[in-house]
Design a binder for this molecule. Sequence first.
Ligand code: HEC
Ligand code: HEC
Ligand code: HEC
Ligand code: HEC
Length: 430
Amino acid sequence: MKPLRWHALLAASLLLPAALAACDDLPGRAEPSPRASDAPHGSATPPPAASDVAASPLDGRALVEKLECNRCHAGTNLPEVPQAKHCFSCHVDIADGKLPETAKDADKASVPKLLASWKPRVVHLRFTPSLAGVGTIVRPEWVTRYLLAPHDLRPGLHATMPRLPIDDREAASIAAYLASAAAPSPEQKREVGDVGRGRDLFSQKGCAGCHVFTGARTEPPPPVKPTDGADRALAPDLRYARERLIPARVADWILDSPSIKPGAVMPKQRLSRQEAIDLATFVLEAPLDAPVAKLAASRLPILDREVGYDEVAEKVLHKICWHCHAQPDFARGDGGPGNTGGLGFAGKRVDLSTYEAIASGYVGADGARASLFSPAASGEPVLLAVLLERQREEQRGTYGPLRGMPLGLPPLSPEDIQLVETWIAKGHPR
Ligand code: HEC
Ligand code: HEC
Ligand code: HEC
Ligand code: HEC
């Protein structure tokens, strides 16, 4: 299981002063501040509430199509994506030992060998929450904020929601599209039960077998293994429930989630209505410990030894990155959103599959080719800057103009970053 990550900078505007103080000693502080239009989203500059901007469900639908949300999510109401495009179904098939549908006859002979090499590498991208019925329980304003500044919600899930190229108005329109006219308003009164009884029921009824509830001092659930099913991997950290959910819906959800969200992965619970009300009250009102500020990840010194391209490729680029920065072939569908484009990105032509491809650089904002080793705004070579930026995004819960990499995945370890940094510092030898 990935370590429990903390994002309450985002969650609790109350903690803003502490958050800003904690930022003082961050490496990011020395950077030039982003342009106004690029201001990081999150606690420091909360995006406008959905009602402040002209949100349109029709625009939202067009955006969901353009940004290809259905390559990762079921339940978008758009036609299904073919396997060669579907980030998760292709990985699931490979994990199940099935051949990608795009395989040509010429490739088929080598498939058993190839499957054996891919299988251990795709274990993490197997589940995503369905968006069907999200609007019947989740508040539209929360969806808007989350799309602009996503954070880790599900401790058992390796992948996170990537930060896609959208602005405030577009995020609000997507939230309006996902909203449900049948949902009670967030202001509607809910039945209030007893927090103490809810706390007892939480352990008696096995809720803690699936859910982390950070800060509520419940027993921690056993860690999720890659072989566990969707019902454990997709269980949200209940710390966010109070900002995320429509309160009047929570007891009904706990009692019978499939009646609220079609295909909900949380199994139906054996509970009385009063028990569900007590549990909902516990989830929405339990006192929470203040979040523990996340320390900046350590930056390790350049290694003394030689580091060649093969080692960087094996430990980092071919393990995590190249799939979004690939050369299209039957096993990997297209060249990926970071190379040929997709998920609303135009495609910066960053191909990380070979030494030569990396040496050929990428296409910058002005349309001209630039080197991946030339400095980014932070002064670090671009290839290193994106890795450090992802660490900062995770630590602060806010986003700057540069997109941290790997997009939609946890940051690389300090050791892996050290390896890349050493390779670049030594003149990125072959
Ligand atoms: C590359 C895959 C990927 C793409 C593309 C993607 N998502 Fe997600 N999304 C995820 C993952 C993974 C999660 C769960 C993250 C977590 O819980 O920590 C998620 C979570 C969400 C959630 C929260 C749902 C819930 O019940 O908690 C919403 C809403 C959402 N995505 C909407 C969208 C929309 C709208 C788009 C297109 C604009 C989109 N996503 C595109 C991977 C993706
Ligand atoms: C046609 C099948 C296919 C499709 C479609 C596909 N993948 Fe992959 N993916 C693979 C294979 C095969 C690997 C393993 C590659 C290797 O290691 O040689 C992989 C590996 C990965 C990895 C590294 C594994 C890990 O767990 O960290 C990431 C990240 C990834 N893919 C992201 C994506 C994203 C994002 C999309 C959608 C934009 C996508 N993939 C679509 C087949 C696919
Ligand atoms: C077998 C695992 C499992 C058990 C046991 C379980 N849940 Fe869940 N729960 C989930 C999953 C998975 C989801 C997300 C479902 C989805 O979005 O389709 C969820 C969602 C929720 C949500 C909505 C949270 C949010 O932020 O969206 C609440 C509240 C909740 N569960 C409370 C409970 C309570 C209370 C219990 C004990 C009575 C319980 N759960 C037992 C797996 C479980
Ligand atoms: C889920 C897909 C995905 C994964 C995984 C991923 N990238 Fe990217 N990458 C992208 C996209 C999309 C862009 C274009 C971003 C933009 O246009 O702002 C990009 C851009 C980049 C850039 C150019 C940065 C810039 O904005 O100028 C670099 C460098 C990069 N990625 C390196 C990496 C490295 C190194 C890894 C692995 C540690 C990685 N990427 C993993 C999708 C991904």
